[in-house]
Design a protein around this ligand. Structure first.
Ligand SMILES: *Cc1c(COP(=O)(O)O)cnc(C)c1O
Length: 362
């Protein structure tokens, strides 16, 4: 069986280090907001090239905290791609803001920068870009729009740890960025985790307080905050794995390159990249009109795949208010996408086998 993602194998590479670091935490008896947190926050900020990293409980909270930190709420609009994991949009509605969905570019699967300006109204406060599948959004036109209309750029970097755009990392391409460390992400912990990165001192201080019961110092509450913290054990695991992130992403690139060069079945649409360093291949997304039949065929040949995602957000029950809107490009992607096995621990033999089996598909 070729697994879509063998997480046990991914983490077992660091088992000795992880065991030792967790043991040290247990010996010390300090579980929240201690040295491990501080160390990881500093290391991840440095990795992204930003001033601040604030650990939190998960990726959804990270996005939620950014919107809350800016004070956006009822009556405010935030632009977001129509094809994303629903968390991006949930963070917007959780704050009472209105998500304004914009179609993706069929070539990159990321928000189409040319369609954003038409969606801007006097109520627009921010553009949320999502570096979907691990490919950094081409920011040039979006930076110009943000400047022209005085909008904040919020990055959803949950799938793109380490991706580069014009020499800068995701997490440093907008005003603030949310990351998820869900176990299956390129940088994943052993449970839930997330963080916000930003260069904005005021926003960073505010988010740190909001995430800790609205408290800037003990028993002193200046906001009606929430409890969203990254614990010491997760921070330690992340700090160990961060040291290997660039190497892991390089291996993902190698696998992606192999898939792209060797999958020759004419029924398959391969993903396109505008710059090799811009993509960290969280997901290797192929498309085919007969997606479900291909998935079943691969399953019969013991190859696990996934669909990211089967139903677009505007067709979900949670967003019935958007049900009558039409986003044909997003719908097309959702109807045809299939994610092939992709992880830094896939072997050459496994990748080769996936290619052979796909090329034999009729
Ligand atoms: C995983 C993910 C999130 C949410 O992260 P969690 O840690 O699961 O809350 C948000 N946006 C995108 C694009 C994601 O892939």
């Amino acid at each position: 069986m070729i697994k879509f993602l063998d997480l046990e194998k991914v983490n077992n590479r660091f088992r000795g280090e992880i065991d030792a670091r967790i043991k040290a935490i247990l010996d010390k008896g300090w579980y929240l907001q201690g040295q491990e947190d501080k160390l990881f926050e500093a290391d991840f900020a440095k990795f992204c090239g930003v001033k601040h990293c604030i650990g939190c409980a998960n990726g959804l909270d990270a996005l939620n905290l950014i919107i809350r930190g800016y004070g956006f709420g009822m009556g405010d609009e935030i632009i977001v791609p129509a094809n994303t994991y629903i968390a991006s949009i949930l963070a917007i509605s959780e704050n009472g803001c209105t998500p304004v969905l914009v179609e993706p570019d069929i070539k990159t699967y990321n928000i189409n920068p040319d369609l954003i300006e038409a969606a801007i109204t006097p109520k627009t406060k921010a553009i949320m870009v999502v570096h979907l599948y691990g490919q950094a959004v081409q920011m040039e036109k979006i930076w110009a729009l943000a400047q022209k209309y005085h909008l904040k750029i919020i990055e959803d970097s949950a799938q793109a740890h380490g991706a580069l755009y014009q020499g800068k990392r995701t997490g440093n391409l907008g005003d603030a960025s949310g990351f998820s460390f869900y176990p299956g992400k390129n940088l994943g912990c052993m449970g839930d985790g997330g963080c916000v990165t930003t260069n904005d001192d005021d926003l960073a201080a505010k988010i740190r307080a909001i995430a800790n019961y609205g408290s800037d110092r003990k028993y002193h509450h200046i906001y009606k905050g929430i409890n969203s913290r990254l614990d010491e054990i997760q921070a330690a695991v992340l700090d160990i794995k961060l040291a290997h992130l660039d190497a892991d992403n390089a291996r993902r690139r190698e696998i992606a390159q192999y898939y792209r060069q060797n999958v020759t079945n004419p029924q398959i649409i391969l993903p396109q990249v505008y710059d090799e360093n811009a993509h960290v291949w969280h997901i290797f997304a192929i498309r085919t009109p007969e997606r479900d039949r291909l998935q079943k065929y691969l399953e019969d040949k013991d190859i696990q795949t996934n669909i990211h995602y089967p139903t677009p957000p505007h067709k979900q029950g949670a967003y019935s208010e958007l049900a009558d809107k039409s986003f044909p490009i997003s719908e097309e992607i959702h109807a045809t996408e299939l994610s092939l096995p992709m992880s830094p621990v896939l072997t050459d033999e496994e990748v080769n086998r996936v290619v052979e089996v796909i090329n034999e598909w009729k």
